[in-house]
Design a protein around this ligand. Structure first.
Ligand SMILES: [Zn+2]
Length: 161
């Protein structure tokens, strides 16, 4: 079997259309020429790096690589999200319960620490949440409800983005 010449491999790499099938077929079969092709790729990549000229083929390779990375990332994100959503809901419920218990303990002068009930939240953070809730509690007694829709309420919110 005749191996491909360097010129033929370079032409193939550069996307020349002549004899693509023959070269591709040979590369498929021949490890020697695949190695030669790798070497040509490496030289071209190094040259591109040195001169700062990234040629079309390198961009195409990079873009393929990028697409693959993007796909992998998206799928990882999806998995993480699927696993995290129930956990976040749990977390929110736990948090709310701990805040209510903290409030109850304070109002009744009960000696209670979040860790007594298996919560891992710090009392200081619970107090912060409680103070915020109390603010709304006070404010809520004097709240003025406008007959506006959600759309009207948020009319200028986009300007804050
Ligand atoms: Zn060959």
């Amino acid at each position: 079997m005749n191996h491909m010449t360097e010129q033929e491999l370079i032409a193939y790499r550069d996307g020349e259309t002549r004899e693509r099938e023959r070269v591709a077929g040979h590369l498929n079969e021949c490890e020697v020429c695949r190695h030669e092709m790798d070497r040509i790729e490496a030289v071209a990549a190094k040259k591109a790096e040195e001169t700062g000229e990234v040629d079309h083929k390198a961009i195409a390779n990079f873009s393929l690589y990028q697409q693959r990375m993007h796909r992998d990332f998206q799928s990882l994100l999806k998995t993480l999200h699927a696993e995290q959503t129930p956990r976040l809901i749990d977390h929110g419920q736990e948090w709310r319960a701990a805040v209510l218990l903290q409030d109850f303990a304070q109002r009744t002068n009960t000696d209670w620490k979040p860790s007594d009930s298996g919560f891992e939240f710090s009392p200081e953070l619970l107090d912060k949440q409680l103070a915020f809730n109390k603010l709304w509690d006070r404010f809520g007694k004097n709240i003025r409800i406008f007959p506006t829709t959600k759309y009207q309420d948020e009319r200028y919110s986009k300007k804050a983005l």
